[in-house]
Design a protein around this ligand. Structure first.
Ligand code: ADP
Ligand code: MG
Length: 464
């Protein structure tokens, strides 16, 4: 018996009946002799009064023309979890009569960097939670938040949020800092499934046991059932993670093996994931020999702005990549109209990057540049953006060991007339960039084609 971190998602603590039944799980763990440490998300789902989206919208609606300060957005966003912990602390008292203490992220010793909206945990001081446990309290910690430890400008102790799905990260990181015996993620589905049941319905099958690597890959590629950081922290500290339904008493999914722990030369098709709202970007240059320099500069700029390109690929005269659509505006503001001088081979060439060469501002910029730099050769580097894309991936254990996977994916997609714009493979996945309108079809077709609705598919297979 030891410390168990129990994390409850928003739908698991709202409305009241769910809150009480979640509290029952905590009480049960305590009665069985464990030391539960509870992590709670903001109560409810999109549209509910204390859900994170509602809290943000309420502020934005005051005057949509005035952007909300990032620091203040974090202040308001963390209120949902703070309400959640007080409710949960009260519910545990009501259901089991135990002493509880509700702690904000900062009060629980969770320190982050200063990146408001998407902060990273830099350190956890386990003392406050450990002392609460020692004094006989059940600590109830607000997920998704922390405080800055060392600040400049606005100073230390600023309240930060950890980004979407951040309560899972809180749970994983707390479990690691407390050296917990396990971390249980309670949610609104039975565990990690072969695909999102919202897309494939009852055909989605439960994965009773799956490696950290497979789940982390699924999470990175869009399965939001558990956050990838949670799984990765748990993997590094060898803490078993369970994903379970907050309703009922089913076992759910256990994640406690590493791919490298398994017998060698084994293989499995794990599931299908989807990531909507992606954009494809293509940049062309007139002179082949300049491609590498233009490409390097652009990827450097993206990196500095914190954007991660997917599906990086190139041909002789252009290169392509994809970004999440929510970065598109930033990408446009960085690249559209940018002038890139090329130093190679003694030429004086400059590329003007543009999404629309005919725009007046663009023509004017070109005229002025040409006037001031007569020796330059000015060339257009057109940027083409396909806005409505999605990534659909086949997640596996050891893709690269198994011949023929690519052919099977292409076969399924061609049969269902889904156009593949780009493909990328990795150790535990093959991903296809497709049009967003084809996303649901692609997920269903791949799920069917790889027989993921058949439980035998989930068994590890020897590599042929
Ligand atoms: P919580 O509020 O509990 O954190 P989330 O909405 O973040 O819940 O995550 C649970 C949801 O993840 C499920 O309702 C399901 O629609 C979705 N999901 C996506 N992919 C998967 C998958 N492979 N297995 C299980 N659930 C998935
Ligand atoms: Mg979640």
């Amino acid at each position: 018996m030891g410390i168990i971190v129990q994390k409850f998602g928003g739908t698991s603590v709202f409305p009241k009946e769910r809150l009480l039944s979640a509290a029952q799980k905590v009480v049960k763990a305590k009665r069985e002799g464990n030391d539960p440490v509870v992590v709670v998300s903001a109560p409810g789902r999109k549209g509910d009064p204390y859900a994170t989206d509602t809290l943000i919208r309420n502020v934005q609606e005051i005057d949509p023309q005035i952007p909300v300060d990032k620091r203040e957005l974090d202040l308001v966003m963390t209120c949902g979890e703070i309400i959640g912990i007080v409710w949960m602390a009260q519910a545990i008292k009501a259901v089991g009569g135990y002493k509880t203490i509700a702690l904000t992220g900062g009060q629980a010793g969770i320190y982050t960097d200063q990146q408001f909206g998407n902060a990273r945990i830099v350190r956890i001081d386990p003392t406050p939670v450990e002392e609460a446990l020692k004094a006989g309290f059940i600590p109830v910690v607000a997920g998704f938040q922390g405080v800055t430890e060392h600040g400049h400008g606005v100073g230390h102790g600023q309240i930060t949020t950890l980004g979407r799905g951040g309560s899972d990260t809180t749970a994983g990181a707390l479990a690691a800092a407390l050296n917990a015996q396990s971390c249980i993620i309670y949610t609104d589905v039975d565990g990690v499934l072969t695909a999102d049941p919202r897309l494939v319905g009852a055909k989605a099958r439960l994965l009773p046991s799956v490696t950290y690597e497979e789940v982390s890959e699924m999470a990175h590629l869009g399965a939001r059932v558990v956050h990838p950081r949670c799984v990765e922290i748990a993997m590094n500290h060898r803490i078993p993670v369970w994903v379970r339904n907050a309703e009922g008493d089913r076992e759910g999914t256990v994640i406690k093996e590493r791919a490298s722990d398994l017998p060698t030369r084994m293989f499995r098709i794990t599931g299908i994931t989807h990531l909507p709202q992606v954009a494809q970007v293509k940049v062309s240059v007139a002179e082949q020999e300049d491609l590498a320099e233009v490409e390097t500069e652009i990827y450097r700029l993206l990196g500095e702005a914190g954007m991660v390109p997917y599906f990086v690929s190139k041909s002789r005269s252009f290169f392509e990549f994809a970004v999440v659509r929510h970065h598109l505006e930033l990408l446009r503001s960085l690249l559209d109209g940018l002038t890139l001088p090329i130093s190679a081979n003694g030429h004086l060439r400059a590329y003007i990057l543009t999404t629309d060469p005919d725009r007046v501002i663009h023509r004017e910029r070109r005229r002025l540049l040409q006037r001031s730099q007569r020796d330059w050769v000015l060339l257009d580097a057109p940027i083409e953006i396909t806005t409505n894309c999605a990534i659909v991936s086949l997640v596996t254990l050891n893709t690269r060991e198994v011949p023929g996977i690519m052919a099977r994916i292409l076969e399924a997609m061609v049969d269902s007339e889904v156009d593949i714009l780009q493909v990328a493979d990795a150790q535990h996945s093959v991903s296809c960039l497709i049009r967003e309108e084809d996303m649901v079809t692609a997920v269903r077709v791949l799920h069917e084609h790889f027989r993921l609705d058949d439980e035998n598919t989930q068994q590890l297979q020897p590599i042929p």
